[in-house]
Design a protein around this ligand. Sequence first.
Ligand SMILES: [Cu+2]
Length: 131
Amino acid sequence: MKAIAHGSARPHASRRHPGALLVMGVLCCVITASSAAMAANASASKAMHTQQIEIRNFAFAPATLTVPAGTRVVWTNQDEEPHVITSAGSLFASSKGLDTSDSYAVTFSKPGTYAYYCSIHPMMVGTIIVQ
Ligand SMILES: [Cu+2]
């Protein structure tokens, strides 16, 4: 019993120890958090390289899309009608006729303004601004 009572003087010593462990734990958390943040950044920049454009109700959404150079733009037709992505001025290759749920992808590596339209429904227009 006396030994346990004597041990009550120890909490000072044993307190320091958990403190050191806590510092190590915090450092460990900081390192883990920063590598998690780096991983998140990596996936965010990867996601930035693909942008989706929906074709719905005879319109492109968004109609105007601004992207950094190197971005892959993917059009997906959500309409029952077929659509054809056609570059105004033939700056990029035209798609084939896109049926429902079909996609067409173009990677824009050079900065510029790329107007396009649907060759079946020429009133459907869109613009991609590559920076
Ligand atoms: Cu169309």
